[in-house]
Design a protein around this ligand. Structure first.
Ligand SMILES: CC(C)(COP(=O)(O)OP(=O)(O)OC[C@H]1O[C@@H](n2cnc3c(N)ncnc32)[C@H](O)[C@@H]1OP(=O)(O)O)[C@@H](O)C(=O)NCCC(=O)NCCS
Length: 183
């Protein structure tokens, strides 16, 4: 993926989708800070995602501004899966399909047929996020399974944190199992 642009009907200007560069890390952190209930990670974490996991991340830019991004990775024991760590759309661009387009671009950036599942975790109170993943699965015409991944207790007694539910979208159309021999 070099860069692909799509027209934005609302503003009449194009939105460009591309893989991130290291200078996007600090901008991602700023967008996350402005996007509760997303939890900000350190700037270093976003830099590492943009550097080591660049192929499983996409940014959306409009008139030089970061409108949204998705960051993820392939879990080492599930190489046919792309796990979405975080996805955020700036408040003024929400509800216009950008979240779904970021997921589309993320999958389009993967080698053909290499992704069987798209996964993410969502806290029970995050309805926009749950809607995004369910609606994307509906669009693809594939199941979206939901299960508990981490209970609240996993985050420790001192930190109030809701449980995290795993959303698993797939099997995706046209996907083949990637041969994998566990050690
Ligand atoms: C979650 C988020 C990325 C969705 O982005 P978005 O660009 O607004 O999403 P889309 O416009 O593509 O909408 C996708 C679906 O979610 C639904 N949706 C979006 N916002 C919603 C809301 N506030 N309440 C209910 N449904 C909502 C849309 O109606 C659409 O469903 P449909 O296709 O059935 O109509 C955005 O709300 C956001 O950045 N939230 C804060 C950060 C966050 O919580 N990230 C997810 C956790 S990793």
């Amino acid at each position: 993926m070099t860069s692909t642009t799509q027209p934005d009907k609302e503003s009449g200007t194009d939105i460009a989708f591309r893989l991130p560069r290291s200078e996007d890390g600090a901008r991602m952190l700023e967008l996350v800070k402005a996007s509760p209930p997303l939890e900000p990670n350190t700037c270093y974490a976003y830099l590492l995602l943009c550097h080591h996991f660049r192929e499983t991340c996409v940014v959306a830019e409009q008139e030089g501004e970061l409108r949204g991004f998705v960051v993820g990775y392939r879990p080492p024991k599930e190489p046919d899966t792309v796990f979405v760590w975080q996805i955020a759309v700036s408040s003024k661009a929400r509800g216009q399909g950008l979240g779904k387009r970021l997921l589309e671009q993320l999958l389009a950036a993967q080698p053909e047929g290499s992704v069987r599942y798209l996964t993410s975790t969502v806290t029970p109170d995050n309805e926009p996020s749950a809607r995004l993943f369910r609606s994307y699965a509906e669009k693809l015409g594939v199941p979206c399974e939901e299960s508990k991944l981490f209970g609240a207790e996993a985050f420790g007694k001192d930190q109030h944190h809701e449980e995290e539910h795993l959303f698993r979208i797939g099997p995706l159309p046209g996907s083949g199992r990637t041969p994998h021999t566990p050690l």
